[in-house]
Design a binder for this molecule. Structure first.
Ligand code: ZN
Length: 103
């Protein structure tokens, strides 16, 4: 009886030693990664989470693919927004200028 419990507690202690909190408790799953992805891309994700994020990516092709798609989408939207904005702004300025001159 006492033998088993001491072996078990010994085993538990050994597991806890080999399983460090940083790599075990903080392991990120896919759901958490998806929730953190915008912060990651914004660069606002804390360093600790960013490391977990990168670690997860190394082991998960799904999330690697997802991140790649997000990057492409944001890059495309970003370019579109910029172009549209600057184009609109210029148009508005031109219109305003024309109105001011003729009116
Ligand atoms: Zn994943």
């Amino acid at each position: 009886m006492t033998g088993w419990s001491s072996v078990l507690s010994e085993e538990k202690g050994r597991l806890r030693d080999s399983c460090r909190p940083r790599s075990c408790v903080n392991e990120m799953d896919c759901k958490e990664l998806v929730e953190a992805i915008t912060a990651y891309l914004d660069g606002t994700l804390p360093d600790a989470d960013r490391r977990r994020f990168d670690t997860h990516l190394e082991n998960c092709t799904y999330c690697t693919e997802y991140l790649e798609q997000m990057r492409k989408t944001i890059a495309r939207l970003g370019t579109l927004d910029e172009t549209t904005l600057s184009h609109d702004a210029r148009e508005q300025l031109l219109v305003a200028f024309r109105d001011w001159r003729t009116g």
